[in-house]
Design a protein around this ligand. Structure first.
Ligand code: AMP
Ligand code: GLY
Length: 423
């Protein structure tokens, strides 16, 4: 099979790495890929939003399967684009159409969907500019902290959590007046959930599903979960508190009604569904849906899957996932993200990376790198994800930390405290 993975981060490197182990693979392409993915296959210099150019490559390279890494092209309807074109209608696509992608593309849609299907989530109300006063009155009825969410995609920055009522009322006005552009034309105000977070991943064909290994990611830049939110500074799988009884609740109360709800609403869905959960006193509540895998969670989830990924993806694309069983490595996988100094604010790029040849007993997934005349350079905020296995998260992390010390680039930064909240 000839497979194209769309995207350029650690997630796409980890998916490509797993695909490259399949006996069913004939050739792997990654678009645009990075300095690491080019060791797995051929990087194609295409933008993930340029559907016409992707189509040309699909036809020219006789691609059989397209695996869409990030959410943007899904929300923009890449699946619908290929399905309606007679030249590409047989392409197998991993990722939902625009209708299903609304689960991530619109917080209001996803909250209403959860309500319609009785899926546990924080209470909410949605407002637009004409309802600003109602929104401010609604805030006054809630207890702090106040959670304000831009309805649309805002590159992970569209959620504000505020302690002070006046500030929340002001920020609601700012958001509705364009703080996040079109994404915050509507704002979801939601009850605050006090608990511990966990990410659950599902692969579904719209009818059956497999629950992939769950993971916990560390979103904040600073130690002790302080400072700005990032794309993710590290991840651990399995999650110690997500025991069998918790995961049973997740399956019965969340995964089954989500997949069934999509089917009942006649929304076809082939691909990954990422459910961001808050565990509150042992009960799961949905914080958000994403219609793709997480990053850096993929860098621990893929290494724990023992099945042939191409077989699982083919089964999903052909609607026969019900015949598949997931096999997972019971050991703990942990990934540590090395980032450019300054990230998630301004940072410099094009720093030479050295020491990768010294790495022992870890996998290194490239998140933001590029090869330039034989030199490996930084090319993003998140640069490398170092994944290791161990009998528990401490052992796994100690290997990743030992390897991080062997890798150098100017102003490299990583958190030294991953797993601090799991003891
Ligand atoms: P989201 O983009 O919806 O995942 O929100 C970003 C982050 O804000 C989440 O990962 C949580 O840490 C936090 N968050 C979102 N909604 C809530 C909520 N209702 N209660 C508490 N924390 C929340
Ligand atoms: N690590 C969180 C995400 O991928 O959205």
């Amino acid at each position: 099979m000839r497979i194209l993975v769309l995207g350029s981060g650690g997630r796409e490197h980890a998916i490509g790495w797993k695909i490259s182990q399949s006996e069913k693979l004939e050739k792997l392409f990654i678009a645009p890929g990075n300095g690491g993915t080019q060791d797995l296959g051929e990087n194609l210099n295409l933008s993930v939003g340029d559907f016409e150019s992707i189509k040309k490559a699909v036809i020219q390279e006789k691609i059989d399967m397209l695996v869409v890494g990030p959410e943007d092209p899904l929300v923009q309807g890449i699946r619908d684009f290929f399905e309606k074109d007679p030249q590409t209608k047989d392409l197998k696509i991993i990722g939902p159409g625009a209708a299903g992608a609304q689960l991530e593309g619109s917080k209001d849609f996803s909250k209403s969907f959860m309500q319609r299907h009785g899926i546990p989530t924080a209470k909410h109300a949605t407002f637009q500019l004409s309802g600003l006063q109602d929104g401010q009155a609604f805030l006054s009825q809630l207890k702090p902290p106040y959670v304000l969410k831009a309805d649309g995609l805002a590159a992970g920055k569209g959620v504000l959590i505020l302690e002070n009522l006046e500030e929340a009322r002001t920020e609601l006005a700012n958001m509705l007046q364009g703080k996040f552009g079109k994404a915050s034309e509507r704002v979801v105000i939601e009850e605050y959930l006090d608990g511990i977070e966990c990410s659950v991943f599902v692969l579904t064909d719209g009818k059956d599903y497999l629950i992939l290994p769950e993971a916990k990611d560390y979103k904040r830049i600073g130690e002790g979960d302080t400072g700005l939110n990032t794309g993710g500074m590290g991840a651990i799988s399995p999650v110690p508190f997500a025991d069998d009884s918790f995961m049973k609740k997740v399956e019965e109360q969340i995964v089954k009604p989500s997949v069934q709800g999509l089917a009942n609403e006649k929304i076809p869905y082939t691909g990954f569904l990422f459910i961001g959960l808050m565990a509150v006193e042992g009960n799961p509540y949905v914080i958000e849906y994403n219609v793709r895998m997480g990053d850096p969670e993929t860098e621990v989830v893929m290494p724990r899957i023992q099945n042939d990924l191409v077989e699982l993806l083919s089964a999903a694309a052909e609607g026969r996932l019900g015949q598949e069983n997931l096999e997972t490595n019971p050991e703990t996988a942990a990934t540590l993200m090395m980032v450019s100094g300054g990230y998630p604010e301004a940072y410099e790029k094009e720093k030479e990376i050295s020491g990768l040849d010294q790495v022992e007993d870890s996998l290194v997934f490239h998140a933001g790198t590029k090869l330039d005349q034989g030199k490996l350079l930084t090319a993003g905020g998140r640069v490398l994800a170092i994944t290791s296995f161990g009998k528990d998260h401490k052992e796994a992390l100690s290997k990743s930390y030992a390897n991080a010390r062997r890798i150098q680039f100017d102003k490299a930064y990583y958190r030294k405290d991953l797993g601090f909240d799991l003891d």
